[in-house]
Design a protein around this ligand. Structure first.
Ligand SMILES: *Cc1c(COP(=O)(O)O)cnc(C)c1O
Length: 243
């Protein structure tokens, strides 16, 4: 049974424009376009907006808030091949529903959260894909773990049974300065290389949003998380609508 799609003008066009931006940036930096995944960040937007993007060929979606995200995952369970990424801050008392509903979590920055996700991942589902969130901006950002602590957590997470450690994620402070962005994104590239020396091979660098996706692709991003450029502007994030 198909629900009617509530067509919102613009989402398909916006998606094409974002894909074109990624393509151009990828070409400029000799990147294989297939090595850059686009996650459409649908936080604060209704399920109808996700359906609209899905109808335009988008399959991967990102959510920031546990209750809202689980609501949309459940509501949209009829869409085959959809892939859900949890990208927001995650408290250890909210891990269970995330482990049960999402395919990826990008915001792991503590062992306790990782252990709970592994314990609570239903065994009939494939391993939960994990990125460790790194604070690449120092004082200016509160989320993520310091670069110096990444190797220890990565080694621990790689040993958890129901998780698949895929990569690293960062959210640099907003900046128009190419040098600043290159430095921030470069922290993840350096860490990825250092982890390889420890025998931990990561295939994902989750970096780049609406305002800095070109710079992220230039630095080596393999996954960009784009909201505003696809779905439009959001109301204040302190007041997400009920899912
Ligand atoms: C909201 C959000 C995004 C998308 O940001 P835009 O600037 O709207 O593209 C990406 N990643 C995270 C972690 C977010 O919270």
């Amino acid at each position: 049974m198909n629900e009617p799609i509530n067509y919102m003008p613009g989402i398909a066009e916006n998606l094409n424009a974002v894909r074109a931006r990624l393509d151009t940036a990828g070409r400029k930096h000799a990147r294989n376009p297939e090595s850059i995944r686009l996650v459409a960040v649908s936080k604060t937007f209704p399920g109808t907006a996700v359906r609209e993007a899905y109808a335009a060929g988008q399959r991967e979606f990102g959510e920031n808030y546990v209750q809202e995200g689980v609501g949309k995952v459940t509501e949209l369970a009829d869409l085959p091949e959809i892939v859900w990424h949890f990208i927001g801050p995650l408290q250890s008392n909210k891990t269970r529903v995330v482990a049960e509903h999402f395919h990826w979590v990008h915001s792991v920055d503590r062992l306790k959260v990782a252990q709970r996700l592994s314990e609570q991942r239903p065994t009939d589902l494939p391993a939960l894909n994990i990125c460790l969130q790194v604070n690449v901006s120092g004082e200016e950002s509160k989320s993520g773990l310091p670069p110096a602590e990444v190797a220890e957590l990565a080694i621990a997470v790689a040993g958890l049974p129901n998780l698949h450690l895929r990569g690293l994620m960062c959210i640099p402070e907003p900046s128009q300065d190419e040098t600043v962005l290159a430095t921030r994104f470069g922290v993840l590239v350096t860490l990825q290389e250092a982890l390889r020396q420890h025998g931990i091979v990561l295939d994902t660098l989750s970096m780049g949003m609406s305002g800095d996706m070109e710079q992220a692709v230039a630095a080596g991003s393999t996954l960009v998380r784009v909201g505003t450029a696809i779905f439009g502007g959001r109301a204040a994030k302190s007041a997400p609508p009920a899912a």
